[in-house]
Design a protein around this ligand. Structure first.
Ligand code: APR
Length: 312
């Protein structure tokens, strides 16, 4: 490669709210890519981009950060992250957001993909699995290039609660969480381990059931505490890890909402399963050997996602 051929990777973040702003901050701070922040509100992305640029000049980073309301600035992006939409308010389920956010996601995906036809699309807007399906349909992209971010976040929540219960570092804890990003998500204790030992050998059934329930309600617990808005530190950290894995082509295995075409006995749906993630997107679906009970729980979660897809 000639040196003049080198181009900095470019990540567009559509929706410059709490999750989008924090994600942009992480991308630039880690020197991963140039970032374009795009929002419907005039001035907001420009203001956040300027603030971030000034922060990064203090900490010695010089990635370009652009704030815009004009999609032409997003052209030729390598990754497009969709956080545009309304977050949950207390008492709202993710599904309550469905109709409002579907209109927003459809609109922003159409505009963005027309100018970045080779991008990987990472969806964060809730209800996650349904919005990812919609983004895929609207974009016309091959399904492996459209991915939803939720499993990394849900697994992080489960890991955190396991670590708190056992008073151990999260670094030694691995958690498996499958299914839709909603109340029917499927944490799998049997495949969640502390240094290789399943938590089913370390915790009582009562404790595991309590941690599983807390994981399922992990987002709602924070919505209730914040009283205005939803979680953004962990969601943006999870999104950053996925963007970094794509840009750096690291081929890591993450749970994420990916298109299923017969895997786990499910078809024509986006839902949380382990994937190989790299520069081409969801390069492979990992099929875990599940027990009958685990598979039934996954299918219940899928039925709820399908019902919402049908509402679109
Ligand atoms: N085009 C571009 N941006 C839009 C549009 C649109 N049509 N509609 C809304 N937005 C922007 C808002 O102006 C706002 O800046 O999306 C941003 C959303 O930011 P927040 O309200 O702060 O929401 P946030 O907490 O970041 O969550 C974003 O991620 O976790 C999910 O459920 C959450 O769906 C929500 C999304």
């Amino acid at each position: 490669m000639q040196i003049q051929d080198y181009r900095s990777p470019k990540v567009t973040v559509i929706g410059t709210g709490n999750v989008g702003g924090m994600l942009a901050q992480r991308i630039a701070k880690e020197n991963l890519a140039d970032v374009v922040l795009c929002d419907i509100v005039q001035g907001k992305p420009q203001g956040i981009a300027l603030d971030l640029a000034q922060a990064h000049c203090i900490s010695n980073h010089d990635r370009r950060i652009i704030g815009t309301n004009d999609y032409s600035d997003t052209s030729d992006s390598d990754v497009i992250v969709i956080t545009a939409g309304l977050p949950r308010k207390e008492g709202m389920s993710r599904n309550d957001l469905l109709k409002i956010n579907a209109g927003i996601v459809k609109n922003v995906v159409e505009q963005a993909i027309a100018l970045s036809p080779n991008a990987i699309l990472l969806v964060i807007t809730n209800p996650l699995d349904v919005m990812t399906y919609l983004a895929w349909q609207v974009s016309g992209l091959p399904p492996q290039r459209v991915i939803g971010m939720a499993g990394v976040l849900d697994a992080a929540r489960f890991r955190t609660f396991i670590a708190m219960e056992l008073r151990l570092s999260t670094s030694d804890i691995y958690a498996t969480v499958l299914g839709g990003h909603g109340d029917l998500m499927v944490p799998i204790p049997r495949l969640s381990t502390v240094n290789g030992v399943p938590i089913t050998d370390l915790l009582s059934e009562e404790a595991i059931a309590r941690l599983v329930e807390r994981t399922r309600n992990g987002g709602a617990e924070i919505v209730k505490l914040l009283q205005n808005g939803s979680a953004y530190f962990a969601p943006s950290a999870a999104a950053y890890t996925m963007v970094e894995t794509i840009i750096s082509d690291r081929h890591r295995i993450f749970p994420a909402a990916a298109y299923l075409d017969g895997e786990y006995g499910l078809k024509d749906i986006f839902m949380g399963v382990p994937i190989h993630l790299g520069r081409q997107g969801a390069e492979k679906i990992v099929e875990l050997q599940l027990s009958d009970t685990e598979l039934a729980a996954l299918h219940s979660s899928a039925a709820s996602v399908k019902a919402n897809i049908n509402l679109l």
